[in-house]
Each structure stands twice: as C-alpha cells, then as structure tokens.
Design a protein around this ligand. Structure first.
Ligand code: ZN
Length: 150
C-alpha cells in the first residue's frame, strides 16, 4: 500500500506553499474558471496567447495542496509552449494519473509533472490534480465556459 507520504511529496508541498505564477493577469487574452466540487477546489486561469503560443499563464484560487501544486507546476510546464505542445502534455499527464494503479506510472517526458504519479493510487484526488489541466483545456479549445470536473 502506498503511503500518503508518496502522494504529498516535497515538491507538491513546496508548490502549495509558494505557488508559481500565482497572480492576476491584466492582459490575459483568455480566462477560464475551474471547479472541483468534490474537494472544494476552485481556480481562475489566465492565459495570454500570442500566435499559436502560450506567452504567459497565471492562476489564482483556493483548494487543497494537490490542486494548487498541480496548477503551479502546470503553469510552469506550459508557459512558452505552442498550443499543440500543451495539448500533448495534457494527454501525457492525464495518462499518468488515470493509468491502472497496479502498473508503475511512466513519467518520461513529463519533467516535474511526474511527481503526481502517486496520485493514481488515490482516485478521489485525481480530480484535484487534473483541475488546472481541465481548465486549460477549456481555454485551448476556445470555449467560454466554466470547467468542472463533474
Ligand atoms: Zn482537492
């Protein structure tokens, strides 16, 4: 049985304590809200898209350590990437979290995002870890909607 320590790794705790890109963005070109009612995680995601690139990304919100750390690392990971690259990363991250719990997660190519590989052992927390990504997906698809994990 995986220990909770594996889930709350140091990286996650650090990002929760001092999240990166945690601010309002006055010149955002797109904005989306994310909501995970199961846990009470809420976030507002700001993105500035220039051409086909994510020139800047920031978030604000409240929620559990996993949702906040995931948003923090997500913003670090997609900043400067093309929209297509961000989509690919989202797909890989989603696979990492939703793969079978008895199979070791493959974090290859995910960089810091791989710290969330332990979350697949805790299905209730998967929605916390994917909230920021669902919200980003709303923006990438150009939908003016509120992303919900429900
Ligand atoms: Zn949560």
């Amino acid at each position: 049985m995986t220990d909770l320590r594996d889930l709350y790794q140091e990286v996650i705790l650090d990002h929760n304590k001092s999240p990166h890109n945690y601010r309002e963005m006055a010149d955002a070109t797109r904005l989306a809200l994310g909501n995970n009612p199961l846990c009470g995680d809420k976030l507002k995601l700001y993105v500035r898209i220039e051409g086909d690139r994510i020139a800047d990304v920031a978030f604000q919100g409240s929620g559990c350590a996993i949702s906040k750390a995931s948003a923090s690392i997500m913003t670090d990971s997609v900043k400067g990437k093309s929209l297509a690259e961000a989509e690919t990363l989202y797909g890989k991250f989603h696979d990492l979290l939703t793969g079978p719990p008895d199979v070791k997660a493959d974090g290859a190519g995910l960089g810091k995002l791989a710290v969330f590989s332990g979350v697949r052992q805790f299905p209730a927390r998967v929605k916390c870890a994917t909230l920021a990504w669902h919200t980003l997906e709303t923006i990438l698809k150009g939908q003016e909607a509120i992303a919900s994990t429900e």
